[in-house]
Design a protein. Structure first.
Length: 353
């Protein structure tokens, strides 16, 4: 290692990486992957975690118009699950050892805070399970529909049984990109406000990035630095989840004339590890988005978590996910062992089970 590299590595180890360092590393991927893997080994050992969970998308009716979405439907064509149907899905999940129910849905124009609390209370009254639900966009929309602030909405949801929130709807935290790919979603400032409000109220969240569409390498790096800044301030992120853009059946897919190589995915996963070090030690690769072979490669590029078994996955499937809607714990563990790592089941808050 020459002196410049040594100095850079020391900066990264001490959490003092700069944007220019990240850009430099992205153009020196072998070096980047080495550092990312070393930091992963230091922070997580050879353990790769996953959670047994179930996704429930209780409605696909949505007033939004995100250009990457193949899930939404107009009210006339869409569905809305009854409480009984939701509880049946929870029952099936719990029988299969799920510790987490993940609920995300469209922005249904007829729903208010009482409907969202009703879902949480209905589940919690019957099952001792962690509910990870409602993106910052859903929380913002419910607040508008209910004439409340986001803080009031979050407090009510927490009292009704909300355990944590998904940090989805982040996409790329740059308003010029958001204006093209999700013009009616919360802007960067509002996403940040909802997430930091949740953290301050004691509601942890994940953080996400949607990469592989119209954004540049610099945009990806800036996004990860924004996540880092929030994490330094609140410490409320449990993990950073990298979501590769799925291009089938959506408008954005027609606008983007390229696909994302596994090398490109490995670079952005490794960048997440080095930029977020030492503030966020869980970097999650998505088997649904990447497929099984590529997700194993991410374990060599800084990732230490494979997310959930899911049991039911609608959003990526409709956009062309190459793999199924469910991975059994046995299959996930085999995948992890085949990559030379030790699988461990965890709960939503990263306590090993
Ligand atoms: S991504 Fe979510 S908010 Fe956007 S259109 Fe699809 S369902 Fe609606």
């Amino acid at each position: 290692m020459n002196a410049d590299f040594e100095e850079l590595y020391e900066r990264i180890r001490h959490g003092a990486i700069e944007r220019e360092d990240a850009l430099f590393l992205a153009s020196n991927p072998l070096y980047l992957w080495c550092i990312a893997d070393e930091l992963r080994a230091k922070e997580n050992g050879d353990i790769v975690t996953y959670v047994v969970n179930r996704n429930i998308n209780f409605t696909n009716v949505c007033v939004g118009d995100c250009k990457f979405c193949a899930f939404r439907a107009e009210k006339e064509q869409g569905y809305m699950l009854s409480m009984d149907a939701i509880l049946e899905k929870v029952e099936e999940a719990v029988i299969n050892d799920a510790t987490e129910i993940c609920i995300q849905s469209g922005l249904h124009p007829d729903l208010e805070i009482s409907d969202y609390c009703g879902i949480l209370e209905g589940i919690k009254s019957q099952y001792d399970v962690h509910i990870h639900a409602f993106s910052p966009m859903e929380i913002y929309y419910v607040a508008i529909k209910s004439g409340m602030t986001e803080a009031e909405v979050l407090k009510e949801l927490k009292s009704a049984g909300l355990g944590s929130i998904p940090g989805t709807a982040a996409e790329i935290l740059d308003d010029s990109i958001r204006a093209i790919i999700c013009p009616n979603k919360v802007n960067t400032a509002k996403w940040t406000e909802v997430i930091t409000t949740a953290h301050r109220l004691g509601i942890p969240s994940t953080a996400t990035i949607l990469y592989g569409h119209i954004e540049s390498l610099e945009d990806r790096i800036n996004h990860i630095f924004k996540i880092r800044d929030i994490q330094k301030e609140t410490g409320g992120f449990t993990e950073f989840v990298l979501l590769k853009f799925m291009r089938k059946n959506n408008e954005l897919g027609k606008m983007v004339d390229r696909s994302v190589s596994s090398q490109e995915s490995a670079i952005v996963h490794a960048l997440a590890r080095v930029i977020l070090h030492p503030y966020c030690s869980n970097i999650q690769a998505s088997w649904v988005k990447l497929g099984l072979k590529d997700v194993q490669k991410m374990l060599l590029s800084g990732a230490n978590d494979l997310g959930g078994t899911l049991m039911e996955e609608n959003i990526s499937r409709l956009s062309g996910s190459p793999v199924g809607e469910y991975m059994s714990p046995d299959d996930l563990e085999r995948l992890i062992k085949d990559a030379g790592r030790t699988p461990r089941r965890r709960n939503t808050l990263y306590e090993l089970l």
